[in-house]
Design a protein around this ligand. Structure first.
Ligand SMILES: [Zn+2]
Ligand SMILES: [Zn+2]
Ligand SMILES: [Zn+2]
Length: 492
């Protein structure tokens, strides 16, 4: 059952009691409801519903107040992090006050329910951080959790990690990058933890092993120093039929401290007989089973309590956060003026004969139903960066740009140009899920021709889209909510 009902405060409550593909459904558009109520008494079923209908990843419920049945209080585990309250009556005074507070604060922040599907882990992190800001939870504190990937986890992040929204490496890069940019600050160091170099999980077994043969069957024994002849060797070498007798001078040992002492302990390998002072510590990851022969190979990782700074709050809420994030995460993204300078330089190099081949600039843009270009979407830039990892990518004038040099000393660049076109076509197809009804995405490429005097014209032409693109794909409702297909291994 799913319905929309008004509460006494005139807020429209979306009420549902079973899993429902809300984001994909054409019924119940985002603007028809303000609050979500999940009326289901089973914690497991409520969790299943929350996997898609939640104020973080859902395109229709983003940042909206969300309540579940009062009987589930204390039973929701980390899901509690995304639940605003437990109630059965949406006209309860406390519930109504809470709803009004959240809506008022979101309005003050300028956070509107967002309709874009999440296409990448970075977008996910931004959405989650926005949600946390909307709930005034600006302290991100890792907690110990025996079942969690890295031992220390921020519960609300871990909830979505388990749902597959990001990789651990992406998480660490995000945290570090936000801190470097001053959007987060470390308010307290918690601990340094050593992680598996392969999967970044923390649950390692630490095993003492023989430095010579690497086996771990090792006995520990004391070393005996015989004063009379200065012999020093492990205790077992003094054992003759239950008596302590020196293996070197064959005298019987009598009183510790008088004729002998035990200055140290040593390890002896049961496999190869090697005797050593310090065993080597090898590790086995209980998650991916990766073994290291030395604990030094583990990755040290600091866990901190982070605080979202006031500058961070502003930037993260801002719709432009995407662009700053991409320049940070993708080495191949460059600001447009740098991109243009680079094209000019390459063009000069080509015409002076230093570059053999063709210089191409690919363009991607989105048109609405009135054939007007639409502002660039960060997700589109991100996909271009992913599809062209060894090319430079930029964006301006409502256009995403990709540059390419098709090098060929024999002068035949046809195949390279075709590959470039194919990759542009694949990129616009991958970008389909971010289109809105009535929109279409287009691509074309420019090839530098002529001589030195045509460089300025070429650069001027980059500002404009083409009226006859090489390839166009239109909005397709079946693609809404789909994850974009990521590039196959290709080189252009
Ligand atoms: Zn050994
Ligand atoms: Zn001796
Ligand atoms: Zn591992």
């Amino acid at each position: 059952m799913i319905t929309i009902q008004n509460n006494d405060g005139d807020r429209r409550v979306l009420l549902l009691d079973s899993p429902f593909a809300l984001d994909e459904s054409p019924d119940f558009p985002e603007y028809l409801f303000d609050v979500v109520f999940i009326a289901n008494e089973s914690a497991e079923e409520a969790k299943t519903i929350l996997n898609s209908i939640n104020p973080v990843t859902s395109t229709k419920c983003c940042y909206k107040p969300l309540f579940v049945s009062s009987s589930l209080k204390g039973k929701m585990g980390n899901y509690g992090e995304i639940i605003d309250g437990y109630a059965d009556d949406w006209n309860d005074m406390e519930v109504m006050t809470q709803i009004e507070n959240i809506i008022a604060y979101n309005t003050q922040l300028g956070l509107n329910a967002q309709e874009d599907p999440i296409l990448s882990s970075n977008q996910f992190f931004i959405r989650l951080t926005r949600f946390l800001i909307s709930r005034r939870k600006t302290i991100l504190e890792p907690k110990l959790d025996v079942s969690a990937s890295t031992g220390y986890v921020i519960p609300v992040f871990d909830l979505f990690y388990r749902l597959g929204h990001y990789e651990l490496s992406e998480y660490f890069v995000f945290m570090q990058s936000m801190t470097e940019k001053g959007l987060f600050r470390t308010s307290k160091f918690v601990n340094k933890v050593y992680l598996c170099p392969k999967c970044l999980h923390s649950h390692m077994l630490y095993i003492h092993s023989c430095p010579k043969c690497g086996q771990s069957s090792i006995k520990i024994e004391e070393v005996i120093h015989h004063f009379r002849c200065a012999n020093v060797s492990p205790e077992h070498t003094y054992n003759f039929g239950g008596q302590l007798r020196c293996p070197k001078c064959h005298k019987i040992l009598r009183h510790i401290g008088v004729d002998f002492d035990r200055p140290a302990t040593v390890h002896t390998c049961n496999t190869c007989g090697n005797t050593f002072i310090e065993p080597k510590i090898k590790t086995i990851c209980t998650s991916c089973h990766h073994q290291t022969s030395d604990a030094d190979e583990l990755i040290p990782q600091d866990f901190n309590i982070y605080e979202i700074t006031s500058e961070g709050k502003q930037s993260i809420i801002s719709p432009n956060i995407g662009f700053t994030i991409y320049t940070e995460f993708y080495d191949n993204y460059v600001e447009y003026n740098r991109f243009v300078n680079r094209i000019r330089l390459l063009a000069e190099q080509k015409f002076s004969g230093n570059i053999k081949g063709d210089l191409l600039v690919g363009k991607i843009w989105i048109l609405n139903e009135n054939e007007e270009t639409m502002p660039i979407r960060p997700e589109g830039i991100e996909l271009a960066c992913l599809y062209f990892p060894s090319n430079k990518v930029s964006a301006a004038n409502n256009i995403t740009y990709v540059s390419s040099i098709i090098r060929n000393y024999t002068g035949d660049t046809e195949e390279g140009i075709i590959n470039f076109q194919v990759m542009l076509s694949e990129t616009i197809r991958a970008t389909l899920p971010i289109l809105n009804p009535g929109e279409k995405i287009c691509t074309t490429y420019m090839k530098l021709q002529g001589n030195q005097s045509t460089i300025d014209d070429f650069i001027k032409e980059m500002d404009y889209v083409s009226s006859s693109p090489d390839d166009t794909v239109a909005y397709n409702p079946a693609m809404v909510g789909q994850k974009p297909e990521l590039p196959r291994a290709h080189n252009v």
